[in-house]
Each structure stands twice: as C-alpha cells, then as structure tokens.
Design a binder for this molecule. Structure first.
Ligand code: TYM
Length: 335
C-alpha cells in the first residue's frame, strides 16, 4: 500500500542574511514559502555564503544569520517537517559549486544582469565570487533535485542559467540533476520602492521611507505607506505609468487576496487618503503576527541552534547524495 503513496515534489529557496527583509522579500518570496510548506517537501535556507561577495563585518554576519533564521521560523515554517538550514552548514553547496563552475561558460555568467548591476555599483570590489554567484545558486537548487523555486522576478535569470547548467551536465553525463521551475507569484513578484516606484524595493536603499521592513511597527508602516509616491489623478485603478498606485494595489492584493477589479470597486469615488489607510492597515495586519513570533523566537538562542543543527543534518543527507552522484560522473576517484 505504501508504494502507492506519491512522493511529494520538492521546493527550495534561500534568502541572504543582509539585514531585515523588506515587504518585497516577504510578498515576493517568503509568503509563498509559507504557503507551499505543507504540500511539498521543502528546503528553505539562509544564504550566508552568497552574502560575502560584499564584505560584511563578521560579527554582523553572524548576528544577521541568526536573525534571518529566526524570521524563517517566525513565518510559521515547521523546522521538523520542513528543512530549514544555514547554507554554510552544508559543505556540499560549495563543493558542487566548484564542479558546476567548470561547466559554466564565462560568456553566459557575464550576461547576468545582477552581476552587471552589482559590479557597476561596487566597482572597487568586483570579486570572482560575485561573478560565480549564480553558479553557487545553481548548486543550492540542483543538490536537492528541486521541482519549484519560489522567488521574486529579479531572480528569474538565475533560474534560467541554473537550468542551462543542469541541462549541459545531464547532456554530457546522463541524467544527474532535475531541471527546476521558478515559482513566481502573480502580484508580489516585484514590489517597487515607495518613493521611486519604477525601482525595485530594496533594503539597501539609502532612503528608509522607500521600503517597509518586515519588523517595522504599525506606526512606521502607516507613515511610510501614507508618504508613498502616487500621482495627481486621485483615482485608484491599474494603468501603465501609474507606477505608485499599481504598486500599492499589488501590495494590497497580496495582503488581502482581492483582485484588481475588487480593489477598483472598493475605492471607486474615494481618494488616495482612504486607499493608503486601507493598504497600511492590511500590511500591518499581515506583518504583526510575524513580528510577534520573531520577538519570541529571537530570545531563544538554544532552540534556534538546535533547529539549525537538525536542518544542517537533514539538508546534508539529501545534498550529499546528489554531490556524490555528480562527483562520480565527472570521474573523481571513489575510495
Ligand atoms: P535575496 O536575498 O536578494 O532576496 C530573497 C527573495 O526575495 C525576492 N525579492 C523580491 N520579490 C519581490 N519584490 C521585491 N522588491 C523583491 N526583492 C527581493 C527575491 O527574488 C528572492 O526570492 N540569490 C538570492 C538568494 C538565493 C537563492 C538561492 C534563491 C541563494 N541561493 C537558491 C533561490 C534559490 C538572493 O539574493 O535573494
């Protein structure tokens, strides 16, 4: 009878511990992680290896890794049912990344827009790690024979290169890696800056009014939404060019589940004041439980460490199997 039980499909995604995530990270990725966590075999992780392409202070990196881990648990991910881990605790990620580096062309890695953007932003530190970043991401994904990767739209190109690398390797050595699909939500895929709504919302923005951090208190959230840039039309509807309003509609839709039509009807004849109040309240309601649970968890370091150990063990078990398979195919001597 047990043989009839279908194996669950695998979901994997990671987030960098580069400060408190924004509403963009949350609506674009983390909320979907939580939504998928029951129906799939899930691996969720803190991408600390990725975050040293810029040079964080070591004590900050350690603190932020713990904070990000606590935040993942605060989402409601069950660390015993899902695998919630820290990337550097699973050595297979860096090991497979080296192998995949040798199956990635310089040209295709050079075409990654995030690499181009980041090297323009930090011309004094264009390190090889920044260049090889998408290959490490490919390693993260391929190690777990992942079916779906819940991400925001900015990571889509990295999913494409992952598939190309996997396909090339499989073509040379026979089926080794599953080809993953991105999972990109309809309305939260790209949450924009509240101050410059043609730009992605980002925690590295120098203007804190441009983003909402998932740990902002209700008062701060309301203030930031109230000061969001809109336009002079004072009518709530979706249209190309109404970037600020489109963004707030997307945020409202993600938090309430309402469609564009429902939102347009709800605010028919009302101005942006009412609309912004409703959006602000919806965001507060969405983030409040996360903040409360986070505050509870972050003070329990012993519990977090215990969960990290369990996560590392479970992740390593699956990752090692794929790593050994790839090493054998390439021709490394087994002893
Ligand atoms: P990171 O840490 O920059 O962002 C984490 C997730 O948040 C999404 N995101 C957004 N979604 C909507 N609107 C926004 N404004 C917004 N900003 C960020 C990102 O798309 C991402 O899903 N390289 C990855 C981390 C990573 C990873 C992986 C992801 C490492 N290995 C393997 C998936 C699979 C990154 O830097 O995401």
């Amino acid at each position: 009878m047990e043989n009839n039980q279908e194996k669950k499909q695998t979901v994997l995604s990671l987030i960098q511990p580069t400060g408190t995530p924004t509403l963009g990270n949350y609506l674009g990725a983390l909320k979907n992680w939580k939504n998928m966590s029951d129906g799939y075999d899930c691996f969720f992780g803190v991408a600390d290896l990725h975050s040293i392409t810029v040079r964080p202070n070591p004590a900050d990196l350690r603190r932020r890794t713990t904070e990000m881990y606590a935040l993942l648990l605060a989402l409601g991910l069950d660390p015993h049912k899902n695998t919630v881990f820290v990337q550097s605790h699973v050595p297979a990620h860096a090991q497979l990344a080296w192998i995949l580096d040798c199956y990635t062309q310089f040209g295709e890695a050079s075409r990654m827009t995030q690499f181009k953007d980041k090297s323009e932003k930090h011309p004094d530190n264009v390190n090889v790690g920044l260049f090889a970043y998408p290959v490490l991401m490919a390693s993260d994904i391929l190690l777990y024979q992942t079916d779906f990767v819940p991400i925001g739209i900015d990571q889509k190109q990295h999913l494409e290169i992952t598939r190309n690398i996997a396909d090339r390797f499989n073509g040379l050595y026979g089926n080794t890696f599953k080809l993953p699909e991105p999972f990109i939500g309809k309305s939260g895929a790209k949450i924009m800056s509240l101050q410059e709504p043609t730009k992605k919302m980002s925690k590295s923005d120098t203007n804190p009014k441009a983003y909402i951090s998932v740990l902002d208190d209700d008062n701060t959230i309301m203030k930031k939404i109230k000061s969001a840039v809109t336009d002079s039309e004072a009518r709530v509807y979706r249209k190309d060019g109404k970037d600020g309003v489109n963004n707030l509609m997307g945020i409202y839709s993600c938090c309430t589940g309402k469609t564009d039509e429902e939102i347009e009807k709800e605010f028919d004849g009302k101005g942006y004041g009412d609309f912004k109040t409703a959006v602000g309240e919806a965001v507060c309601d969405e983030l409040r439980p996360l903040r409360e649970e986070y505050n509870r968890l972050i003070s329990d370091k012993a519990y977090l460490t215990e969960c990290m150990k369990e996560g590392a063990e479970k992740a390593s078990y699956t990752a090692e199997r794929t790593l050994r398979k790839a090493m054998k195919k390439v021709g490394f001597l087994q002893i």
